[in-house]
Design a protein around this ligand. Structure first.
Ligand code: PMP
Length: 393
């Protein structure tokens, strides 16, 4: 008996692998500092939690509309208009079980077997596997640290072939924290319009941004909006990872296709989560602002400390809660046959009780990713362990 070819082409998630290792070490009594985590250390705001509890008490426990509760979709439309400057109708929105689900729904709705999707490197670890699962071919395009790991027009032009169907842009980026300015996005978007390409704009970290530079791709022009599927959700911005609420905003045709797919696969995310999500979007703005200022404090500390460590290269993250450090200076100290970033992360975990994610998980083996979605004192201690480790290499 054989499993499908589809499943044989994909690799398990590195990040989930690391968290499994960390859990095992913790259960052996080790005190691990975990800077590998991709989720906020904050709790879901009170008002969202209370609305969830109230929804259960009101017996909100039946099937509802496939694309999502009207109250939540209205709150999303309002958010996209007031915060991102894009006008959508409620029927353009489909609420899914997290942004992961929103992305796979979109890929299933748009890709035919063999279609190419351009993904700038470094990329969030799940993109290539998601694309393959949906029958597409990920085309991974190198970017340069001098350009803050942002895709340039030249790099995009060189990657487009007659088979290209879509450009996937993650802004702000996991793992680099880079945020594209409007003038950096415009030429990329114009080329996609010219070449008839869709854009999947994963903007899940958009609210966790420390500059005024963020522009939602769909807000650039009506033509940009027509070809773009915006991906967003509540996991990161409102600390609601476990509630599993993500969404797409797109043209009505794409929304209808996504809804048809979702109708057969899962119907809709938990109704209780959707009620809590509606409250999060309307009543928890202050909580979000507080979380972002705390992330910014940690970001500033990280950047300040790392600037004082020799031979470490990185870009200052302007968004999300990650920092991507280039350690290629040390490569001669390691076995050239094996992955550099895996060897470094393994040393840090086994010798320094510090968990970080190897860059190989994001398509760049010279780097490691630190997450600062962790208490400030732990971020500080993690950094001091990295400093000691590097000084002993
Ligand atoms: N996109 C990116 C870039 C992410 O980092 C993540 C979570 N790590 C997701 C999507 C998925 O988020 P969700 O919890 O909403 O599925």
């Amino acid at each position: 008996m054989k499993l499908s070819q589809r499943v044989q082409t994909i690799t398990p998630s590195y990040t989930i692998g690391i968290s499994t290792k960390v859990k095992a070490l913790k259960s052996e009594g080790k005190s691990i500092i975990d800077l590998s985590i991709g989720e906020p250390d904050f709790f879901t705001p009170e008002k969202a939690k209370l609305e969830g509890i109230d929804a259960i008490a009101r017996n909100e426990s039946k099937y509802d509309m496939v694309p999502g509760l009207m109250a939540l979709r209205k709150a999303i439309v309002n958010k996209l208009k007031t915060e991102n400057g894009v006008d959508y109708e409620v029927t353009d929105i489909v609420v899914s079980s997290g942004a992961k689900h929103a992305i796979t729904n979109t890929l299933l709705a748009i890709l035919d077997p063999g279609d190419e999707v351009i993904v700038p490197k470094p990329y969030w670890t799940s993109y290539p596997e998601m694309i393959k699962l949906c029958g597409g071919i990920p085309v991974l395009v190198d970017t340069k640290i001098e350009n803050q790991f942002k895709l340039t027009l030249e790099e995009l032009k060189n990657a487009v072939t007659p088979k290209t169907k879509m450009l996937l842009i993650n802004n702000p980026s996991n793992p680099t924290g880079a945020v594209y300015t409007k003038s950096e996005l415009e030429p990329l978007v114009n080329l996609c319009i010219e070449k008839d390409l869709f854009i999947l704009a994963d903007e899940i970290y958009e609210r966790i941004c420390y500059t005024d530079d963020f522009t939602s791709i769909a807000s650039i022009s009506p033509e940009a909006k027509a070809i773009t599927v915006v991906i967003n959700g509540l996991s990161k911005s409102v600390a609601m990872t476990g509630w599993r609420i993500g969404y797409t905003a797109s043209s009505p045709e794409i929304a209808k296709a996504i809804s048809t797919i979702q109708g057969h696969l899962v119907s809709h995310p938990s109704i209780v989560s959707q009620w809590a999500g509606a409250a999060a979007l309307t009543d928890c703005l202050d909580d979000m602002t507080q979380m972002v200022s705390e992330y910014k404090l940690r970001r500033d500390l990280l950047v300040e400390t790392l600037r004082k460590i020799d031979h470490v290269t990185f870009i200052q993250p302007d968004g999300a809660f990650y920092l991507f450090m280039d350690l290629s200076y040390y490569k001669d100290k390691f076995n050239a046959e094996d992955s550099l970033s895996l060897q470094i992360c393994d040393d840090l975990l086994t010798q320094y009780d510090l968990a970080v994610v190897p860059g190989i998980a994001f398509g760049n083996d010279h780097c490691i990713r630190l997450s600062y979605a962790t208490e400030l004192s732990l971020v500080q201690e993690g950094l001091s362990r990295i400093k000691t480790y590097l000084s002993q290499l």
